[in-house]
Ligand binder design. Structure first.
Ligand code: ADP
Ligand code: MG
Length: 338
């Protein structure tokens, strides 16, 4: 996981974690309750939300709605299920707002690198070029009002892997809110929404993962009624000839994005945090700082590799006071604000 809750102060109430496997990773919800059996019904409602989103948006199965769209959106338009239409609308908007860094049509290239089933491997230049030919959001014809999608050419495919986990977290958090739950932490692989706060605490304390795993987390943040996501190279990558290639692809070059080793984004909704995390990772250090500064709906923490084992943590000014480095982190990180 990219980041995780550190724990909360307990009073008479306890914080109980309910985990499940979902979306090819681990998802869960932390609830505050005197009785873990009673709270289990709420946890199952959150897990059901994960399951629904997984069944619709998985890029690993042939049975998801996304897999069906990839088979049926060419040559004629096909209706799009409501949740998928919502995610696609946001994905395309963030695609435009990120100057094309976030692009759901990157699927053929992600597949060529072996990140969608099979064993990740460095593909030949000709394989990348063949896949890259079908990349570009201009190849999608999405009618949001009618909820219909058409691909403009054969070979186009979409991949919601950079945004669907965030949407699953939002869906679970919404279901908890509708059940009247004032306080919870929802987490799918480091995509998290903090609902309210644990009793007696200022918020949910979150650890931000060290991208090089020298310590479990290098900094802490306290969250309440907001979301966080971390994107990095450390979960899925190919190592070859001394280089490592991550599963985030630059849709402008067809090559794995380079420059940053980790991106953490704070936003109101987990879907935005997730997609912007991927987008900023693609943009690279300078453009990511510019973009994050220019938008007030997101705040970013970027890690760039440094010399002699000391990396740089770039914290956006509005959240700089909230980020607390852990004791040992000074040996491996220096902090700069932007
Ligand atoms: P993780 O899945 O580890 O949480 P991300 O949220 O960054 O990480 O999503 C990475 C996934 O997003 C990839 O596995 C791929 O499915 C998809 N993806 C890769 N590059 C892009 C891109 N430029 N735009 C949109 N989605 C992407
Ligand atoms: Mg993402």
């Amino acid at each position: 996981m990219a980041s995780w809750p550190i724990g909360a102060d307990d009073g008479a109430l306890r914080t109980v974690t309910y985990s499940t496997r979902t979306m090819g990773t681990v998802g869960g919800v932390i609830l505050v309750t005197p009785d873990s059996t009673v709270a289990a019904a709420d946890a199952f409602a959150a897990h059901a939300a994960f399951r629904l989103v997984d069944s619709l948006m998985s890029n690993w199965t042939t049975t998801s709605e996304v897999a069906r769209l990839n088979r049926e959106a060419w040559p004629d338009a096909t209706p799009v299920q409501r949740d998928v239409a919502r995610v696609l609308t946001t994905a395309l908007a963030i695609g435009r707002a990120s100057d094309g860094a976030f692009d759901v049509t990157v699927e053929p290239v992600v597949r060529a690198w072996g990140f969608l089933g099979g064993t990740p491997d460095v593909p030949s230049d000709s394989a990348v070029a063949a896949a890259f030919r079908h990349v570009g959001s201009d190849k999608l014809e999405f009618d949001a009002a009618r909820g219909a999608l058409r691909f403009r050419e054969a070979g186009v495919r979409i991949d919601l892997g950079g945004i669907a986990k965030g949407y699953a977290v939002d869906a679970a958090a919404d279901s908890l809110r509708s059940r009247g739950i004032p306080s919870a932490l929802v987490d799918v692989s480091g995509n998290m929404t903090a609902l309210g706060r644990p009793p007696g605490a200022a918020g949910w304390r979150i650890g931000v993962r060290d991208p090089r795993d020298r310590m479990p987390y290098f900094a802490r943040l306290t969250l309440t009624n907001e979301s966080i996501a971390t994107s990095g190279k450390y979960e899925q990558f190919v190592a070859s000839d001394g280089g490592t290639y991550g599963h985030i692809i630059d849709p402008r070059s067809g090559r794995p994005a380079e420059g940053l080793i980790s991106v953490t984004v704070l936003a109101k909704r987990a879907m935005s945090a997730d997609a912007w995390g991927t987008a900023l990772f693609v943009l690279g250090p300078e453009a990511a700082r510019r973009k994050a500064r220019e938008r007030d709906d997101i705040a970013a923490i970027l890690v760039t590799p440094g010399e002699n084992g000391v990396d740089t943590v770039w914290v956006e000014r509005p959240i700089a006071d909230r980020l607390q480095l852990v004791e040992d982190a000074g040996r491996f990180f220096r902090v700069r604000t932007f």
